[in-house]
Design a protein around this ligand. Structure first.
Ligand SMILES: Cc1cc2nc3c(=O)[nH]c(=O)nc-3n(C[C@H](O)[C@H](O)[C@H](O)COP(=O)(O)O)c2cc1C
Length: 363
């Protein structure tokens, strides 16, 4: 039913925005991995609402509870259930959208599909669902750093609306990203982005943008041709995040304006390994990692729920107008950064375990 992701590292998320809580069940996590609630909490804190002046003001602490699968600080190899209870739900803010479909949100399509929907806070379509992904991603990151000494994933904002950052991907660390509330490593651009988001919020409007993500330290060989190519699974993972509109890896759409002689990544022997001298491929060739940095970009649309009056229809199909109320992110991008990292971790962890299963050399 589409609530489960991954083959060997298998996660199922559950919960709605204004229900009892949200969370995840992870199946297939290897035993003896050191995992604590604190490891998960630090990632959840980066995703949590109300974290800064440019996010939704919903006040959720998002305290996680590990219910199963971890004993004395180590994974048991049994299903890990992680729960975050919803605390600051305000269903009254959503009474109007119980009747009126918010343009470009999921109200109409959920009703068309199921004939029933939890209209409080967007129900299952709410970004609260991604709590479970971020929790599972935190555990996946632990597994990946046990498997690969140099492994790291860093995501950051490169664009909000028309403000474009200058970013040198090669040396960026998570601490550089967490220096400002918008999670953009170019400080001058970050300041402009913050003012833009505040201004747009003041006008009851919203903006979108781009997140780039780089994965370092993945070995050659991850990815399963033909349908589970690494870039295909990354694309699916990223486009499953609410509000995403595009995915491109490596040179992406810019490749269409290059010749083969410019675009190819020549090989050389370096440090006893086969290395590419350039990386237009984005670290993936034939659906399999080549050992170079894997990097990709994800496009996010402007938040659907806005204060502007817009044309819509009711669930009984009458024409009407809606100026939405409630607490919303005027721009989802800053909070989406840890979600992009988490989804990348789920894909890489799943493929790392799949590679271990077929390749005796990496046991
Ligand atoms: C971190 C994050 C926060 C979000 N916050 C809001 C919000 O406050 N209001 C809103 O209308 N949509 C928000 N969204 C987007 C909606 O969940 C999404 O647009 C909706 O489910 C429809 O799905 P689609 O845009 O993928 O088609 C958020 C998305 C993310 C990733």
């Amino acid at each position: 039913m589409g609530n489960t992701f991954g083959q060997l590292y298998r996660v199922t998320t559950f919960g709605e925005s204004h229900g009892g809580g949200v969370g995840v069940v992870i199946d297939g996590c290897p035993p003896n991995i050191e995992v604590s609630e604190a490891d998960i909490q630090s990632e959840l804190n980066r995703r949590r609402p109300g974290q800064s002046k440019i996010t939704t003001q919903r006040k959720e602490e998002d305290r996680c509870e590990i219910l199963s699968g971890v004993f004395e600080g180590k994974t048991l190899g049994t299903p890990i259930a992680i729960l975050v209870r919803n605390k600051d739900a305000r269903p009254d803010d959503y009474v109007e959208v119980a009747e009126k479909f918010r343009p470009s949100h999921a109200d109409f399509t959920y009703e068309a599909k199921y004939g029933i929907r939890n209209w409080q806070g967007g129900g299952r379509a709410s970004a609260r669902e991604t709590v479970g992904r971020v929790a599972a991603g935190a555990v996946a990151k632990k597994i990946l750093s046990m498997l690969y000494a140099e492994f790291e994933i860093v995501a950051y904002v490169t664009q909000i609306h028309e403000v474009i950052a200058k970013v040198d991907r090669s040396a960026l660390k998570v601490k550089d990203i967490e220096k400002n509330v918008v999670r953009c490593p170019d400080t001058a651009a970050a300041d402009k982005m913050v003012s833009l988001i505040e201004g747009v919020r003041g006008q009851g409007d919203s903006v979108g943008g781009v997140i780039e993500c780089v994965i370092r330290g993945a070995p050659p060989g991850l990815g399963e041709p033909v349908f589970d190519k690494l870039e295909a699974d990354l694309a699916k993972a990223m486009l499953s995040i609410p509000a995403t509109k595009g995915f491109e890896i490596g040179s992406g759409f810019a490749a269409t304006r290059m010749r083969g002689s410019q675009h190819n990544d020549p090989f050389e022997m370096r440090g006893g390994r086969v290395r590419a001298t350039t990386n237009n491929s984005g670290g993936v060739q034939g659906g399999i990692s080549n050992g170079e940095e894997i990097y990709f970009r994800v496009a996010f649309k402007p938040t659907a729920t806005i204060g502007h009056e817009q044309k819509t229809v009711t669930s009984s199909h009458e024409q009407t107008q809606l100026a939405a109320r409630g607490r919303h992110d005027p721009c989802v991008i800053p909070r989406a950064v840890p979600i992009v990292e988490a989804m990348a971790a789920l894909v890489l962890c799943d493929h790392a375990l799949r590679q271990r299963a077929i390749d005796g050399r990496s046991q």
